[in-house]
Write a protein that binds this ligand. Structure first.
Ligand SMILES: NC(=O)c1ccc[n+]([C@@H]2O[C@H](COP(=O)([O-])OP(=O)(O)OC[C@H]3O[C@@H](n4cnc5c(N)ncnc54)[C@H](O)[C@@H]3O)[C@@H](O)[C@H]2O)c1
Length: 355
């Protein structure tokens, strides 16, 4: 077991879904955890996510683009887990400049400060399989062409490249984990447009029927969040020489159709109905069809593999929301709310101190 005892670590996006699960695990492992997260409107940050460790961690309530203001925390960190970001593909199409600022400009500014204040620091960045676009073949490996179908994929790819380019030039020591769809406790059920797993879970936990777009045959390989956290922890402290492109696909244990996923949730949620419906026109252009991950590069180098079947992970997830739903949704009106102004001619506003 890799030791994190007493290690100072920084987690960007630490109030969000994956970041908070990572923060909790790192506290359990004895690390000294600092998170950076201003709980950006429309993203999945939620102070309740951090309830188990709130008195143990340091929370910097700032945007990562304002990294010069927390330079000392960057200097002190032995490891940086960089999970700050917007995950919604639909938000990225509705508000592309907001997505650019959150997923790309913020990252550029943050990484410049990291390179200056803590040269050569190990950073594990949460990349996404969305950069690939529609698969030419399955399971998809890292050699697949990059053809994103939405702004989120383009912007996350630019940030991916910032990490690897600054590592090639010796300024950082970054590794990028391209995640498939992750699910588990602390997902932002309160926010719409966070992907089908979040929508299915919201409907299941509130006892509503599930609707699947199209014929339901599209494949996905959902990854339980504890397994994603394992991957971050293994990559962060590994002494193994990274692949040249410093990028690894991270996928789930099983390929399941959307219909199978919905039916499993509906059954475990109390035999709820599942129906098929026509694909909405605004989703067709950003739908990638079937996807499954070839994680063998990461698995073979790091010995990582997902430990949770979909049913196991789902049982843990449903148990969490049965006890904690009120932290996410109003039980009397369990509608998701975006938190974004209706007509987002507005930008995501970055606070910024020049480096
Ligand atoms: N959830 C998934 O299935 C999935 C899949 C692929 C990749 N990822 C990547 O993993 C990361 C974490 O995803 P998540 O599901 O936990 O999302 P999330 O929305 O739950 O959490 C993201 C957190 O980042 C914070 N944040 C956003 N912009 C920030 C900024 N500029 N400065 C500081 N904090 C900022 C938000 O406030 C939020 O708390 C993201 O980068 C996402 O692209 C997630």
């Amino acid at each position: 077991m890799i030791s994190y005892q007493n290690l100072p670590v920084l987690i960007t996006g630490g109030a969000g879904f994956i970041g908070s699960n990572l923060a909790i695990r790192l506290v359990e492992l004895g690390a000294r955890v600092t998170i950076v997260d201003p709980v950006v409107a429309g993203c999945g940050g939620n102070p309740s996510n951090l309830a188990p460790v709130r008195n143990t961690i340091t929370w910097i309530d700032r945007d990562i683009s304002d990294a010069a203001r927390f330079a000392s925390a960057i200097r002190e960190a032995k490891l940086i887990f960089n999970l700050a970001g917007e995950i919604s593909h639909i938000h990225s199409m509705e508000f592309p400049e907001r997505d650019l600022l959150i997923n790309t400009v913020s990252q550029l500014r943050f990484l410049q400060v990291c390179a200056k204040e803590n040269p050569g620091v190990r950073i594990v960045y949460a990349g996404t399989r969305q950069v690939y676009g529609k698969p030419d073949y399955l399971p998809m490996d890292e050699a697949h062409p990059i053809r994103p179908v939405d702004f989120n994929g383009v912007h996350k790819y630019a940030a991916n490249m910032y990490h690897t380019m600054l590592s090639r030039s010796g300024h950082l020591d970054a590794v990028v984990l391209r995640l498939t769809n992750v699910y588990g406790p602390r997902m932002a059920l309160q926010i719409p447009c966070q992907g089908f797993l979040s929508t299915f879970l919201r409907l299941t936990i509130t006892g509503q029927g599930l609707q699947v777009f199209g014929d339901g045959k599209q494949l996905r390989d959902p990854l339980f969040v504890d397994d994603a956290v394992d991957a971050f922890l293994q990559a962060a402290k590994s002494k193994i020489r990274f692949r040249e492109d410093r990028t690894y696909n991270i996928g789930g244990p099983q390929s399941l159709s959307l219909l199978e996923i919905a039916q499993t949730m509906a059954r475990m949620g109390g035999n709820l109905p599942v129906t098929l419906r026509e694909f909405p026109a605004d989703r067709v252009s950003i739908d990638i069809g079937s996807y499954s991950t070839d994680s063998s590069a990461f698995r073979d180098s790091f010995g990582w593999r997902p430990r949770h079947s979909f049913e196991d992970g789902l049982a843990t997830t449903l148990a969490y929301y049965r006890s904690n739903l009120h932290h996410y949704l109003d039980p009397n009106n369990p509608q998701p709310h975006c938190g974004l102004p209706e007509h987002l001619g507005i930008q995501h506003r970055l606070t910024y101190t020049a480096v």
